[in-house]
Design a protein around this ligand. Sequence first.
Ligand SMILES: [Zn+2]
Ligand SMILES: [Zn+2]
Length: 257
Amino acid sequence: MGWIKFLGTAGARFVVARQLRSSAGTWLELSGTQLLLDPGPGTLLRCRKARPPLEPLELSGIILSHKHLDHSTDVNIMIEAMADGGYKRRGVLLAPHDALEGEDPVVLRYVRPFLERIEAFQDGKAHTVGGVRITPVRHRHGQVETYGVIVEGAEGRIGFVVDTKFFPELPERYAGCQLLVLNTVLREWNPDIDHLSLPEALEIVKAVRPKLAVLTHFGMTMLRGKPKELAAEATAKLGLRVVAAEDGMTLEAKDWA
Ligand SMILES: [Zn+2]
Ligand SMILES: [Zn+2]
């Protein structure tokens, strides 16, 4: 039985800095394989405070979409926790090249030997972790190398449209996803910010037609607009199920079947 838990739903830097919503990552289990996506600030704490607590030792892998702080702050401690404090060599890290090498890598070299393997993303090239297939989708998000991911297991195909500006090929890259999670930072389109706005996120939902769409990673303008109400309006308008994520919200496979 697959499931997803949204440990945090904060998006832009003010929401994160003030912790108006939690900035922890997203934990999922598909085909019996547990994965963690984007361990932002507070992820380890939220894992252990969850009821029942989530156990880093049960993770098979960590996926880092890009190195911005709201996605990567807890990546090192989560690698260490996944490897039982560094005493067991275990787990996989999937990450963009610039999170690992170059001027400002965010994955510390001293935790890297704790991992069984590290694999850098290449657009469209699938990775296998346990019983799950993970395919990265190159996004456009400022100067930082960023990938959305499509995660496939026995319980279906889940798309995580992480931070990106809209581009025309975006919807088709996520075709066939039963569950689509969209980082929807902005209420209205802003040409100066490389993030999805609500109208653009809904444009993608309309094209992909998932069984369920989840909006998350909210900035101030989305929070002021009350995400729950905006999602209800979108459901009525599109005739497709759209929900707004809440901190700690859990979805089960039957919700997107
Ligand atoms: Zn972000
Ligand atoms: Zn970002």
